[in-house]
Design a protein around this ligand. Sequence first.
Ligand code: NAD
Ligand code: UDP
Length: 373
Amino acid sequence: MTGQAVCGFHPTQRVASRRQLILNHKVLLTGGAGYIGSHTAVAMLEAGLIPVLLDDFSNSDPAVLNRLKQLTGHALTCERGDVLDTQFVSDVMRRHQCSAVVHFAGLKAVGESVEQPLRYYRVNVGGLLSVLEAVQPTTCRSIVFSSSATVYGDPATVPIDETFPYAPESPYARSKLMCEDILASLAMSDPSWRVGVLRYFNPVGAHASGLIGEDPSGIPNNLMPFVSQVAVGKREKLRIFGKDYPTADGTGVRDYLHVCDLADGHVAAVKRLLSQGPGFTVNLGTGQGTSVLGVLHAFEKASGRTVAHEFVPRRPGDVAEYFANVSLAESTLGWRASRNIDDMCRDAWNWQQKNPEGYRSETASTACELHAA
Ligand code: NAD
Ligand code: UDP
């Protein structure tokens, strides 16, 4: 491997001895060409697992495969197709004999889900059902699912732990809870299934190499990619949604998590399931809240540029403050985030500067094994 070991484990983690035993298993990453999936593929390789990517590229670019090859020295296998095509997923499982699945594939824009609920339920809920039906006849019984902190809605207090009541406020959040329910029913009906549900807080940043990162199409909805685009000169100014929240500086507070820490969380989750550990549902965050102004200032420090901004009214549906209690993830997975907001901004800026147009300037080479359905 030629990539830097920046997606490695935190030195204090307690699963080291167990993880040595879990090597060379193939792990199917649905949505593996996307933002979190591509970083997880790198972390898996570094941990001795073999990622098999499956993606229809509806929200990613095949050029990411070149970058992954540059970064890791490996031509990763990527199967091109739709998770809703159960026969296709079955064929992929049969061809690769995967021991575990991480199901990333899905739609993720909260606002869009309000406008297109049926599409969100079809892809997110239908996609999970299709994957499970494809996996059920095989010997694979380990699945990690990408859930979201949005299942908690507007919490009464922070930090949020896994026992907090559910209050999904959008079809997107409801689709995630439906998927969690489906997985719980499956594990109850057949205890040989081991299910890991990961509720992500706010993944940001990029691999420190600057070779892979977040590549939103159109105007970014999320704060960090928007700030990056203002800093690089693609957008005029950041609109800060609300300055009168009951927070220290009046702007919204979130739990930003470096995508490489998140990727490591998936490795820890898969290893736990493959070592016959019981299923779990855990928050993945840092446990630290950062305000919008806090992100802006950290980004200005990382980039050496001023980020023009203005205050505008609150964005409908936003909550004031949101951050995780991560003690269950630490005790269950032996995982905790090691990168802080300065690291996240540094790596987001490095990616943005090196790839002002994301992956779009490149075409996929034949160096990676890309199979069409
Ligand atoms: P992403 O859009 O970058 O990656 C998802 C990938 O899935 C894309 O490559 C897309 O092409 C692929 N895909 C979509 N529909 C597909 C289909 N029908 N068949 C095959 N492939 C398909 O998103 P991401 O940020 O990497 O998120 C991954 C997962 O994590 C999603 O399930 C998302 O809901 C969840 N999540 C993301 C965030 C976040 O802020 N990024 C937060 C919480 C949860
Ligand atoms: N935000 C903002 N301007 C933007 C995008 C986001 O002020 O252009 C704020 C938003 O109100 C929230 C924080 O940044 O307080 C994080 O928003 P994001 O959409 O990234 O994550 P989410 O709200 O889904 O947690």
